[in-house]
Ligand binder design. Structure first.
Ligand SMILES: Cc1ncc(COP(=O)(O)O)c(C=O)c1O
Length: 475
């Protein structure tokens, strides 16, 4: 195979793909798993494929991938296509290195340090530290790990003693990764206490304090409280200021999970939702969500320098860390050894758009969510399921003919997804299914939201018509 021919063909395909991402194209060319398995000829044989086959593999992969840059991709908390970040990511893949030492990643080390300092300046951590890691879930894990090691330093060497009865507190609607983290750390998922939230999805501070008191009475040892800055389903921001008063009173580690909504800190208009962030001890922020940086791009920030280093058990590693430069090797504070370069794509994007560009982007996303909410409130068959605080709009369609709303809305969502017009997600609030529309793509405009609602309503109406016919045939 000619590398040159393959490269120039692939650049052509990339350009075509980027141009095509815009809107008239389907968001997905849906195939069921067995037919996709056949189309892709997914099994790998012993013989190398020829050049033509290799080029075809590229076309097919692109054809059947979900077009997450398409503005009708409203399904997940990440989306969009970010040109400077894409270029940054391409360059880091091209120059393929690992983030552990300055020796092999000099420019990337300088850039990661710069980005952590910049992000810390927004968090209000003047003496802060931080590390890019493999996502918000792992950020939550490392935050809990750091808090545990601060409280019980010996557990690093002797293991965690269960009779210590450590317990963690989170919003009942917080991300599931906290339970996984407790599981991994030996604390146990059952020792993650879920604190009641109000109808808007925000943790109720009084409930937190009562839960802490109750735990102490039960002989348990509270050590870690997580506030969520935009919960996964409702996009709710916990009241950090009020919760910080409680964690201060009991001497607990306060962590902010801003994996989804942390980027709002860049908006002068809306950053009040994170008021009090400087009182937290750690903060997870995922630029791969609302800043539309390609996955994965996620940082754990900690208020106090040296804390992350303290997690690492044994640095008797002269085969890798030679301390030959005056700059610290970032690997010394990471629980990973090999680590992907994730700060550079963010650096490219942040330089390209500037803080001002990102502030506008956050404001626009909130406006788009607001626009969707207004349409829903003004439509007789659409109903908001919970008060909206930020980027997520939770609603459902109220079907005619006494259909079960859960089944009916699920049918709309599935039909819409498979049609390729729009992909939107859903979740459950108690027993009620809610459609969750997320404004995450910074380029969204009102017409994209209106287009989505039109597709959604048309799908609902076609299902209703179909069901009326089905009812008539039955009777
Ligand atoms: C609030 C919240 N925390 C944590 C996570 C996990 O982040 P990641 O997918 O980067 O692991 C998510 C993911 O959606 C989230 O919404």
């Amino acid at each position: 195979m000619s590398q040159e021919r393959i490269l120039s063909a692939s650049f052509g395909k990339i350009l075509h793909y980027i141009r095509e991402k815009d809107d008239e194209q389907p968001v997905v060319n849906y195939r069921n798993p067995s037919s996709l398995q056949q189309i892709l000829k997914a099994s790998v044989g012993d013989e190398p494929v020829g050049e033509e086959e290799f080029l075809k593999m590229m076309d097919q992969y692109l054809e059947f991938a979900v077009k997450t840059g398409n503005k009708q991709f409203l399904n997940q908390l990440y989306s969009g296509f970010n040109l400077p970040a894409f270029i940054g990511d391409m360059l880091t893949t091209l120059t393929n290195t690992s983030m552990y030492t300055y020796e092999v990643a000099p420019a990337a080390t300088i850039i990661e340090k710069e980005m952590i300092a910049l992000m810390n300046s927004y968090a209000g951590y003047p003496d802060g530290d931080g590390i890019f890691l493999t996502g918000g879930s792992n950020g939550n894990l490392v935050a809990m790990f750091t808090a545990r090691n601060q409280m019980l330093p010996e557990s690093r060497f002797h293991g965690y003693d269960r009779t210590e009865n450590l317990v963690v507190f989170i919003n009942e609607q917080a991300h599931y990764s906290f339970e996984t983290a407790a599981n991994l750390l030996g604390i146990g998922a059952k020792n993650v206490i879920k604190v009641k939230a109000g109808p808007d999805g925000r943790m109720i501070p009084n409930e937190l304090e009562q839960s802490i008191e109750q735990a102490i009475q039960n002989g348990q040892k509270p050590f870690f409280v997580a506030v969520t800055c935009a919960t996964t389903l409702l996009g709710a921001y916990d009241p950090i200021d009020e919760i910080a008063e409680i964690t201060g009173k009991y001497g607990l580690w306060l962590h902010a999970d801003g994996a989804f909504g942390g980027s709002i800190i860049l908006s002068n208009k809306h950053r009040h939702l994170m008021k009090g962030i400087e009182k937290t001890d750690s903060f997870v922020w995922n630029p791969h969500k609302l800043m539309n940086i390609p996955l994965v791009c996620s940082a754990l920030l900690v208020k106090q320098k040296g804390m992350l280093q303290h997690n690492i058990t044994d640095l008797n590693t002269d085969y890798i860390f030679h301390d030959s430069e005056e700059v610290e090797d970032l690997g010394k504070k990471s629980i990973q050894c090999g680590r992907h370069v994730d700060a550079v794509k963010l650096w490219f994007a942040w330089k390209y758009f500037g803080k001002k560009g990102y502030a506008r982007c956050m404001d626009n996303l909130i406006e788009m969510a607001n626009h969707a909410e207004e349409i829903i409130n003004n439509h007789p068959r659409l109903e908001l399921m919970a008060p909206r605080q930020s980027f997520s709009v939770c609603f459902h369609y109220v079907p005619e003919n006494g259909e079960n709303p859960n089944e009916f809305n699920l049918a709309i969502r599935e039909k819409l997804r498979k049609s390729g017009h729009s992909i939107v997600n859903y979740g459950y609030m108690g027993k009620e299914l809610t459609i969750r529309l997320v404004a995450a793509n910074g380029e969204l405009q009102t017409k994209d939201i209106e287009q989505f609602i039109e597709y959604f309503l048309k799908t609902a109406q076609s299902l209703e018509k179909h069901q009326i016919i089905a009812h008539e045939l039955e009777t």
